[in-house]
Design a binder for this molecule. Structure first.
Ligand SMILES: N[C@@H](CCC(=O)N[C@@H](CS)C(=O)NCC(=O)O)C(=O)O
Length: 345
């Protein structure tokens, strides 16, 4: 693929957290873009395989357009194609931390997001009727009812994919409430997770909160009541085109980190870490189901090969750090429960 001066093209939808993550990245980075709300087929662009939102289209050397998905590598691609206002921290240790937090929001916070949207009647009703609408806003009412019913039923039937069921509901909701408390405290002293300027993790968090804090009625009410700063932060992070970041704005890994992000890392250690490790072990053994314990409670979920890949990417990044940086990073995460992710096996 090659960079050119023309706008980056992507297709996505407002109800897709990963689309919102990438739109916010493009706005912050002042990268011109063309946003197609699911009409890429009309525009003659190739479909992505698997078809995921958002899909980016980049011109290849031979002049054809190629479809790319997955926000995490897409952020890294945009860093190499566009030089200004980069969002990966220059310090390798902070970069590692940013990637770990990004993965937590992408792979764990999506559980509360999907759970709240599809496990409560009021949320199911709103999402079924509104999430599909931007694809064809002029659809007639009869057709809308049919689409809403089919879409809602499909999504509710997929709750198990993120591990949501009556037995895990409390655990998923508890993790969201604790996260809100941690973030509310963090944002009372810091503009972003990565300091006075955002990193990839800030945008991953924003993507999920664009739904949890601003769209779905149950988590929106909880977030507004419990964490007003988190709601305002989500509104602000949607469009950071006016922020003027400086090189000195990154959070200082030597002094600040211990107090600011340790609580967040401990939250990862409590939920995301045991599930990611058990998932990887189950994928390696070819098992269909992950069974592990979170907070001394049983967690069952279909194995998710993609999440095993996410963990291998994090380990690859860790392995590429110098041994000094590895030790520094391990000191930062010491005592949080995140250490087993990077333990030598
Ligand atoms: N890891 C991907 C996840 C993308 C993803 O799961 N997108 C959802 C929409 S938010 C999707 O397209 N799901 C397919 C479906 O619902 O059929 C990323 O970071 O971009």
């Amino acid at each position: 693929m090659k960079s050119n001066q023309s706008a980056v093209t992507l297709s996505g939808a407002p109800g897709s957290p990963y689309t919102r993550k990438m739109l916010a990245v493009l706005r912050y980075r002042r990268i011109p873009y063309r946003y197609l709300v699911n009409n890429h087929l009309k525009s003659g662009l190739p479909p992505a395989k698997p078809a995921l939102l958002p899909t980016f289209y980049f011109p290849c050397e031979d002049g054809t357009m190629k479809a790319f998905t997955d926000s995490t590598p897409l952020i890294r691609t945009l860093e190499t194609l566009f030089n200004d206002r980069q969002l990966l921290p220059p310090s390798p240790v902070m970069g590692m931390l940013d990637s770990l937090l990004e993965d937590y929001f992408d792979e764990w916070l999506t559980k509360p997001m999907f759970h709240y949207r599809w496990a409560f009647d009021s949320d199911v009703d709103r999402a079924s009727r509104i999430v599909p609408l931007p694809m064809n806003i002029q659809v007639n009412d009869d057709m809308l009812s049919t689409v809403a019913r089919a879409f809602g039923q499909r999504q509710v039937s997929r709750l198990h994919v993120v591990g949501s069921n009556p037995a895990t509901a409390e655990l998923i909701e508890g993790s969201y409430l604790r996260l809100l408390n941690i973030l509310e405290k963090h944002f009372s002293g810091h503009a972003f997770l990565m300091g006075l300027r955002p990193g990839a993790s800030d945008f991953a968090l924003y993507g999920q909160l664009s739904q949890l804090a601003l769209f779905d009625p149950t988590p929106m009410a909880i977030t507004c009541a419990q964490a007003p700063r988190v709601v305002a932060w989500t509104q602000l992070t949607e469009d950071l085109s006016g922020l003027e970041p400086k090189d000195t704005d990154w959070i200082d890994d030597q002094t600040e980190l211990a107090s600011a992000l340790k609580a967040l890392l401990s939250e990862l250690g409590r939920t995301y870490v045991p599930v990611m490790l058990a998932n990887q072990a189950a994928v390696l053994k070819g098992e269909q189901e992950v069974i592990c314990h979170v907070d001394a409670q049983e967690w069952r979920q279909l194995t998710f090969p993609y999440q095993a890949k996410c963990l291998s990417w994090l380990r690859r990044d860790f392995d590429q750090l110098s041994s000094n940086d590895q030790n520094h990073f391990l000191r930062l995460i010491h005592g949080t429960g995140c250490e087993p992710l990077f333990a030598k096996t």
